[in-house]
Design a protein around this ligand. Structure first.
Ligand SMILES: NC(=O)c1ccc[n+]([C@@H]2O[C@H](COP(=O)([O-])OP(=O)(O)OC[C@H]3O[C@@H](n4cnc5c(N)ncnc54)[C@H](O)[C@@H]3O)[C@@H](O)[C@H]2O)c1
Length: 249
């Protein structure tokens, strides 16, 4: 049990990757805050886990909601050791020159400002435990920009840069900060992006990945829990592709 007596907070914990990350932490002994804007999804995952989980209604763009999620970890479970900044959105496949400012801002706020807010409000709580770990869910899009997907990739590249900078800044407080870069995986966010002829496009994407399949929530949960665990105690500032070789060649 790698996470006995640990408390983890997972944003987007009601969705594809997030729900599996929550399950994995709980299975390995952690208490978990499921922080999600979607109460139906988030409450369902928290109920599935039982006493070791609490749902926190949280829009990751809101400093009040973020502070409340951190406070809930401390009041319900006595502290906070691990934050997984997993909540994220895509924009419709759209060229930069056609994108309105509101869409740009929303992507940046959900994908990037959220990481700032959870650092601002979450780091003091982790520091009160004497240290811990933050794992940010970025994307291979941060390394390989695609037409129609530029602003999403930019938001995730900024998350990678944020991760590295924060890792350096927090090392002296015994807080490790790492990121994973998932490749396309069949969750709601991918279906939102590829649109109507999803199956055909998904097959095409899978054929371009060296290991010839998409990622899964289980792949991402394995990488996140590894980075959050003591097994990774000398890893900080890492940007780990979880991509079947997609960014290797
Ligand atoms: N699935 C992929 O192909 C893929 C690839 C690379 C990176 N990612 C990244 O992985 C992360 C998880 O994505 P997923 O595939 O599980 O997507 P998903 O759409 O299945 O889940 C996203 C979750 O985030 C929540 N969420 C969205 N906006 C929120 C907000 N403002 N506040 C709080 N919660 C919010 C949703 O309610 C949902 O539960 C995202 O950051 C995404 O960018 C996904």
């Amino acid at each position: 049990m790698r996470f006995e007596n640990k408390v983890a907070l997972v944003t987007g914990g009601g969705g594809g990757f997030g729900a599996e990350i929550v399950r994995r932490f709980a299975a390995e002994g952690a208490s978990v805050i499921v922080a999600d804007m979607n109460s139906e999804l988030g409450e369902k995952v928290a109920e599935e886990i039982g006493d070791a989980a609490r749902f926190s209604q949280c829009d990751v763009r809101s400093s009040d909601d973020v502070a409340a999620a951190v406070t809930l970890a401390e009041s319900a479970f006595g502290g906070l050791d691990i934050i997984v900044n997993n909540a994220g959105i895509v924009h419709p496949k759209q060229n930069v020159a056609d994108m309105d400012e509101a869409t740009y801002q929303k992507v940046m706020d959900v994908n990037l400002k959220s990481v700032f807010l959870f650092s601002r409000y979450g780091v003091p709580a982790i520091a009160r435990r004497g240290g811990g770990s933050i794992v940010n869910v970025a994307s291979t899009a941060s390394l390989k920009p695609r037409a129609g997907n530029v602003i999403y990739g930019v938001s995730k590249a900024a998350v990678v840069a944020f991760t590295k900078g924060l890792a350096v800044e927090l090392a002296e407080r015994n807080i490790r900060v790492n990121s994973i870069l998932p490749v396309a995986s069949k969750t709601q966010i991918l279906l939102d992006f590829v649109g109507p002829d999803a199956d055909e496009q998904i097959e095409r994407i899978a054929s371009m990945i060296p290991l010839k399949r998409l990622g899964t929530p289980g792949d991402m949960a394995s990488a996140v829990t590894f980075l959050a665990s003591e097994e990774a105690s000398f890893l900080t500032g890492v940007a780990m592709p979880v991509d079947g070789g997609w960014t290797a060649g």
